[in-house]
Design a protein around this ligand. Structure first.
Ligand code: BG6
Length: 510
């Protein structure tokens, strides 16, 4: 075997990523510069990149290989997780080339085929990984042309497609895209990205639950009162994002994919095995048990809101409707809060409160599992005990990745006084290094043929089916629920507080 120039191989239990030619569509875009190339560079720095990997950037703009690499290098210096080493970059960048073509130009794909065939003759891998990182409106064109030009098949190796989000904008468009993808690539060769699944902390949810007997015994409606999933972001529509976001909104942008995936991981039954389908079968079962919503249920269980002008981290920021590229009369939500029920044996009666908002006071994603209180006798009968937080297990997805368990303790001294305390596990302290970026793991897995951390066709469609009920109640009903407001820099609208407070509970502060 050829020697890895970056570091020794370390064996692990996963499939081994195989060398391939990675063709990135939309190579001049932000995702390629900010996420994909830095992820590959950091894999190279860790010695995990398969030897012989080649990258071909496919995009419309006129560029030479050198100019393309320079642009990538500039961004890598700014965002790379492990810094930027000129020597390593030099070596890594040699594997990157640029292919100029419009996405709907058949001739560009024929040239690409000739180019890949020639690379193969010269010793490059016959395996081909096509990464759709362009604007989503080009996904159809790209897939059809890959098929027409015969690029979806390789005589001597495998061909796979990685499809970025958003995977459709509703059930109908997701079904259409699924059909186009499956006409071009087999389902087992299709990798639908949900980068939350690549986050170490999200992967650890299954380990926490199924590698420790302790939690699993308590993980049900007998012991759990409710669950909260919060994703807060302090930023708004910077960098021209308003154009995309205003057509999407918090529900479609984050809940349909990332947050419903977190809910599934928390709520799923133990899978039969750790195969991609074993895990995804169980996740999809959770989605199928989400309680259906009538328009009246939507009004009662879902709050949507937009931010008004305010102050975030000491900086004055405009209202959502005043943001760059946002329609001044926009009815797109920058915040959403939901009360979700999962109608199955394990979760009957346990609400999942899920919220996501832009321009909140800080960035952070966490899941909190709120256990039922011990009986109100003995210590819990003491004054003040009722209002004190009980056992809450918090899974901090990001930042400050970790898990903490809150409990009540006796305060030292002669009096029987209780005080809430917590046991805390922090990745940084326990493992002494930062976790890899989600894209590092996902790129490796797609090269290894492991689809466990990618969304399957039925998962995506089932999630859209649920979300469509809400979108329809908002946009198609004659009496849509109102759009609430919250000042930028606050923790969201009072209507969302009411949603949880009317159940006698409150949102956990991050
Ligand atoms: C993306 C959304 O999928 O996820 C963004 O489109 C959001 O709006 C981002 O900001 C959040 O990702 P992360 O990894 O920063 O939590």
């Amino acid at each position: 075997m050829e020697e890895n120039p970056f570091r020794e191989d370390d064996l692990d239990m996963r499939n081994r990523p195989e060398a391939c030619v990675l063709v990135i569509f939309g190579a001049t875009g932000d995702l390629t510069h900010r996420k994909l190339i830095p992820a590959l560079y950091n894999l190279a720095a860790d010695g995990d990149l398969p030897v012989g990997l080649k990258v071909v950037g496919f995009a419309r703009r006129e560029k030479t290989d050198e100019i393309f690499r320079e642009g990538l290098e500039e961004l890598n210096k700014k965002v790379s997780r492990q810094g930027h080493d000129d020597g390593l970059w030099e070596q890594f960048a040699q594997s990157i080339t640029y292919h100029e073509s419009n996405f709907n130009d058949a001739e560009g794909y024929h040239r690409l085929k000739e180019r890949l065939d020639k690379m193969e003759e010269e010793g490059a891998s016959p395996n081909r990984l096509f990464y759709l990182a362009s604007a989503p409106e080009f996904f159809d064109d790209i897939l059809l042309h890959l098929k027409d030009s015969g690029l979806n098949e390789s005589k001597n190796g495998w061909c796979r497609a990685v499809v970025e989000k958003p995977f459709g904008t509703d059930l109908a468009t997701a079904q259409h895209l699924n059909q186009t993808v499956n006409n071009t690539f087999q389902e087992r060769d299709t990798y639908r990205i949900d980068h939350y699944l690549g986050k170490e902390t999200a992967q650890n949810i299954m380990v926490l639950r199924f590698a420790n007997a302790l939690f699993e015994l308590l993980w049900n409606n007998r012991c759990i009162d409710h669950i909260q999933v919060t994703c807060a972001e302090h930023f708004g529509m910077e960098g021209g994002r308003g154009g995309y976001y205003d057509k999407s909104g918090a529900l479609r942008d984050m809940v349909q994919n990332h947050l419903l995936q977190l809910v599934s991981l928390i709520a799923m039954e133990p899978p039969a095995d750790l195969s991609a389908d074993g895990v995804r079968d169980e996740k999809v079962k959770v989605m199928k048990c989400l309680r259906p919503l009538t328009p009246e249920d939507v009004a009662e269980n879902v709050v949507r809101a937009q931010y008004t002008a305010g102050t975030v981290n000491g900086e004055e920021v405009p209202a959502y409707r005043r943001e760059d590229r946002v329609d001044p009369g926009s009815m797109t939500e920058s915040y959403v809060a939901l009360r979700i029920f999962i109608d199955n044996w394990r979760w009957e009666g346990v609400p999942f409160y899920v919220r996501m908002g832009k321009r909140l006071p800080k960035k952070g994603t966490e899941i909190s599992i709120h256990f039922k209180h011990a009986p109100n006798v003995l210590f819990n009968a003491l004054s003040g005990a009722e209002a004190m937080p009980g056992n809450v297990l918090v899974i901090r997805i990001q930042p400050d990745e970790g898990i903490s368990l809150g409990m009540r303790s006796k305060r030292p001294g002669p009096a029987a006084l209780l005080q809430p305390v917590k046991m805390d596990f922090r990745y940084q302290t326990s493992f002494g290094k930062s976790s890899p970026e989600a894209y590092e793991r996902l790129l490796l897995d797609s090269m290894a043929g492991d689809a466990t951390l990618f969304a399957r066709k039925d998962e995506v469609e089932t999630a859209w089916k649920y979300i469509d009920q809400i979108e329809d109640a908002w946009h198609k009903s004659s009496d849509p629920p109102k759009m609430a407001e919250y000042p930028a820099g606050s923790w969201g609208p009072k209507e969302a507080d009411l949603l949880i407070e009317q159940d006698g509970r409150e949102w956990r502060r991050l």
